[in-house]
Design a protein around this ligand. Structure first.
Ligand code: SAM
Ligand code: SF4
Length: 332
């Protein structure tokens, strides 16, 4: 039988699925959530079995990489067993996870043993008090313990994710780079995206572009542009002083990366989102619940949804909310 693959209306192959396994989180990062966030009632959320069925259908349709995210994926009960089942799907090359690190001290080893290949861990600053301010509830020491536990458990090519905000953490950029070098971690700097209504700060005022981040790094290190790609939105650079680590820049504002987009996202409500910056979606929960035990119905719905994938997002740097969804709903 010939290989089955997913192709969108612009001839792009879609082989990367990001799945949000919960909208809930133990942090309330200022750029991601409102302080009094309302979470979904349980019956609207996919069960772990339903999440697995969606993963299974995507892998049958040629998906090679799955990333579990959220909300905070590690606070969903049963997530390690879910990882074990997804990692075992024949044809899947890589199961990855994006986490805030708060639970890694105890879960890094079970995750590694379950077959998770790579972790992205969010870390926006290294000052405990500021960390608490930016996450509203987070404990920096616990997250650093988690990062070290991931290294000890055997994870390699772990990447730190850092959202940079002017006046909040931009002065810590080079300390974060040093931290990454000391622990042999890659690090990506992300421009803040206008997802969801937040009142805590003005996204326009806090905007700090990737090129400003590079200027700051150039005050301490020598940056070398690299042609490497992981097929994602990151552009990579290396440092003459520490060539073993990679610096990524995710710049939805200053660099549009849509032309080579290979990914789609599943919200924890079972909505398949075809683009981070648009509302085009397909309701897979309805298909799962009206045709239980019929993977062919799910596969058909997924194949048809590809036609809805728009060519590009259109984020602008201003305070207008262009997408009402919050990142924790979207599966960042
Ligand atoms: N809770 C996990 C974490 O923080 O890593 C996974 C989910 S979180 C939504 C995934 C990533 O999205 C994190 O690296 C976070 O920093 C980033 N993020 C959240 N809101 C964002 C926004 N408005 N703009 C840019 N990145 C954002
Ligand atoms: Fe939670 Fe991650 Fe959003 Fe922070 S960025 S509030 S850790 S989901």
């Amino acid at each position: 039988m010939s290989e089955r693959i997913l192709i969108d209306g612009f001839s792009r192959r879609v082989d990367y699925l990001r799945m949000s396994v919960t909208d809930r989180c133990d942090f309330r990062c200022v750029y991601c959530m409102a302080e009094d966030m309302q979470f979904l009632p349980r019956q609207r959320v996919l069960t772990l079995e339903e999440i697995y069925q969606v993963a299974e259908s995507f892998v049958a349709l040629g998906t090679r990489k799955i990333r579990l995210t959220g909300g905070e994926p590690l606070i969903r009960k049963g997530v390690v067993q879910l990882c074990e089942k997804i990692a075992a799907l024949p044809g899947l090359r890589e199961l990855c996870m994006t986490t805030n690190g708060s639970q890694l001290a105890k879960l890094a080893r079970p995750l590694f043993e379950a077959g998770v290949k790579r972790l992205n861990i969010s870390l926006d600053c290294l000052d405990p008090q500021r960390f608490r301010e930016l996450t509203r509830t987070g404990d920096l020491a616990q997250v650093i313990k988690g990062i070290d536990a991931a290294n000890h458990a055997g994870f390699r090519n772990t990447k730190l994710n850092c959202v940079v905000m002017k006046g909040r953490n931009d002065h810590e950029i080079n300390d974060l780079v040093s931290f990454a070098i000391e622990r042999n971690l890659d690090i990506s700097f992300i421009e803040e995206m206008p997802l969801g209504v937040i009142n805590e700060h003005s996204r326009a005022e806090s905007f700090f572009s990737s090129s400003q981040v590079r200027d700051r790094i150039a005050e301490r290190y020598t940056l070398i542009e690299s042609a490497e790609s992981t097929q994602g939105p990151s552009r990579y650079w290396r440092l003459a002083e520490a060539p073993q680590i990679r610096l990524g820049f995710i710049s939805p504002h200053s660099h549009n990366f849509c032309g080579t987009c290979n990914r789609v996202r599943l919200t924890v409500e079972g909505r398949l989102l075809l683009c981070l910056g648009n509302e085009h979606s397909a309701d897979l929960k309805a298909v799962l619940r009206s045709h239980p035990g019929q993977p062919e119905r799910l596969e058909k719905a997924i194949i048809e949804a590809m036609k809805l994938k728009p060519y590009r997002h259109s984020f602008e740097v201003n305070d207008e909310v262009q997408v009402v969804r919050f990142m924790n709903m979207t599966g960042g």
